[in-house]
Design a binder for this molecule. Structure first.
Ligand SMILES: [Zn+2]
Length: 230
């Protein structure tokens, strides 16, 4: 997709008055209608339990349809409208439960070979609205993924741990005290924990892990985040 096509897709997204999921009118400055917003699998505060190692974790959604379908669709084809929609929804879910803002967001890096094949890092693209609204940097080049790992989804928990061990390398010193790692999906959390341990070893005092979705059993949700009509 060339620049003009990307620009057109982004513009048509902001000008389109309809909900991204149905044919209803969307809410002002928000990609969905009220009904579709309320129907999403928003993660409850009590489901945002820390990852092993007492790492604070904050995810917007349970990994369930339509979020899981949208994440898969994004992974296998760069659709700017879908990425922008999911990025905005993720920001809404994270902000609804956020107490302290980090100083920077670190999207989980892709290995260069995978990045070239896919053409983009979905964690980076989804984190853009979060960084923009918090007005903090996205650390896209601070850490690289030097080890070509098997997709974590094909492995069990202990295999995932071994697969991801020593996969990341620091490229430049980080002077922050508080960083949020961002991934598209958290399952066992082994990728995020490996990255967190690297940051903690650099002296970063607080490392949180954020994601669009987390694999959990869905409970009946009673809380729907209030939309900030920015
Ligand atoms: Zn709708």
């Amino acid at each position: 997709m060339n620049y003009a096509q990307q620009l057109w897709q982004t513009l048509s997204h902001s000008l389109n008055p309809y909900c991204a999921f149905c044919s209803e009118q969307r809410l002002p400055n928000y990609p969905l209608c009220e009904h579709c917003h309320a129907d999403l699998p928003w993660l409850l505060p009590e489901q945002n339990v820390p990852l092993p190692g007492c790492i604070n974790s904050l995810s917007a959604f349970a990994y369930q349809p339509p979020i899981s379908n949208l994440l898969l669709s994004i992974k296998f084809g760069k659709n700017l409208r879908e990425i922008a929609t999911l990025g905005e929804l993720t920001a809404t879910g994270i902000f609804a439960q956020l107490t302290t803002s980090p100083e920077a967001i670190l999207p989980v890096p892709l290995h260069t070979a995978r990045l070239h094949k896919r053409g983009f890092n979905q964690a980076l693209e989804l984190a853009r609205p979060l960084a923009k609204q918090l007005n903090i940097p996205l650390l896209n080049h601070a850490i690289t993924r030097s080890k070509f790992t098997l997709p974590q989804t094909e492995l069990d928990s202990s295999q995932r741990q071994r697969n991801i061990h020593a996969a990341f390398q620091l490229q430049s010193p980080l002077t922050y005290q508080h960083i949020a790692i961002f991934d598209d999906v958290i399952t066992t959390g082994s990728t995020a924990r490996e990255l967190a341990s690297l940051l903690i070893a650099q002296g970063i005092e607080q490392v949180d892990v954020w994601s669009c979705a987390r694999a959990v059993l869905r409970q009946k949700h009673e809380l729907t985040p209030q939309i900030d009509y920015h």
